[in-house]
Ligand binder design. Structure first.
Ligand SMILES: Cc1cc2nc3c(=O)[nH]c(=O)nc-3n(C[C@H](O)[C@H](O)[C@H](O)COP(=O)(O)OP(=O)(O)OC[C@H]3O[C@@H](n4cnc5c(N)ncnc54)[C@H](O)[C@@H]3O)c2cc1C
Length: 258
């Protein structure tokens, strides 16, 4: 059921400092990045903030930077900028694979990576790849910044570690040299659909054995999850289909409901 968006205060900011100052003074505010989740939530009445703080033009949060051992991505970087980035493709290919399967070109041109994470949908497609890459999130408030591992960011459906005066500012993605990375999304259709389940995997192999294994899934629990039992069981084992198939059952230990 769709409703008209009720009257709401609207504050437009063009600088990060301004945004943080405004958030510090308000009790019931939501930031608007691309608006592709937020506007729908307002229309169906899922959220009723008193104020919208429009950060969509805070250009200082739109960047992809290469720091050698890691990438830094500003929270307001659009999904399409990530898909088209040769840097991200080279250093975090699993993220490009996942984002490439999100929504449509038109939506990806306005939707942001920060919005996908902060919306905290269990089906968020950027979460599993960032979890296997062990990304870290920089949360900013007027008081300063703090760094949170992405595995500790999601607290439940639509719930995150963010305090009401905080913004997601940046995503730090370590460069996992010598790793194989993949993302598989199962939806109701082949394209333009939300996940029924998606899996991101990152593995390293040495002398024919798994030396590192990371597996993350979405849509199978209240938050995106890492499948630690399956990961640990595969580490040190020979790389063959039998081992993978045997261990795959352990993924059930990490999902809920099973
Ligand atoms: C047609 C359509 C198809 C879609 N397909 C997919 C899909 O395949 N996979 C998928 O995962 N999603 C999909 N989505 C959902 C959506 O597009 C993404 O989640 C998108 O990345 C949200 O980003 P945004 O910038 O539009 O966020 P917004 O809608 O602006 O914000 C979302 C939430 O995050 C908060 N927020 C945003 N940025 C910040 C920040 N920097 N700091 C703190 N809080 C912040 C907002 O307050 C709000 O609560 C789809 C949406 C539509 C409309």
């Amino acid at each position: 059921m769709f409703y008209r968006i009720p009257e709401i205060n609207y504050i437009y900011v063009s600088k990060l400092d301004e945004a943080l100052e405004v958030l510090h003074t308000l009790d019931n505010a939501r930031v608007l990045a691309g608006g592709t989740d937020l506007v729908m939530d307002l229309k169906i009445g899922r959220i009723r903030p008193e104020t919208i703080v429009d950060i969509s033009r805070v250009d200082e949060l739109k960047y992809i930077k290469d720091e050698g051992d890691y990438l830094r991505i500003g929270a307001l970087t659009t999904l399409q900028d990530i898909v088209e980035s040769s840097l991200v493709r080279a250093k975090a290919p699993v993220l490009v694979k996942a984002v490439n399967e999100m929504a449509s070109w038109q939506v990806r041109n306005v939707a942001t990576i920060g919005g996908n994470l902060c919306n905290a949908s269990p089906a968020a497609d950027s979460a599993p790849p960032l979890m296997v890459l062990e990304a870290r999130l920089i949360l900013a408030s007027r008081e300063g910044e703090r760094e949170v591992p992405i595995t500790q960011f999601f607290k439940g459906p639509r719930k995150t570690e963010l305090r009401k005066d905080e913004l997601l500012k940046e995503i730090i993605i370590p460069y996992e040299r010598g790793s194989g990375q993949h993302y598989i999304k199962l939806g109701r259709r082949d394209a333009f659909t939300l996940s029924i389940v998606s899996v991101a995997a990152l593995v390293k192999v040495s002398n024919g054995k798994f030396s590192d294994v990371r597996i993350a899934l979405n849509s199978v629990a209240p938050t995106p999850v890492r499948a630690y039992d399956a990961e640990n069981a595969l580490k040190g084992r020979e790389v063959n289909l039998e081992n993978i198939e045997n261990v795959s059952k352990l993924v059930l230990n990490s999902i809920s409901p099973q």
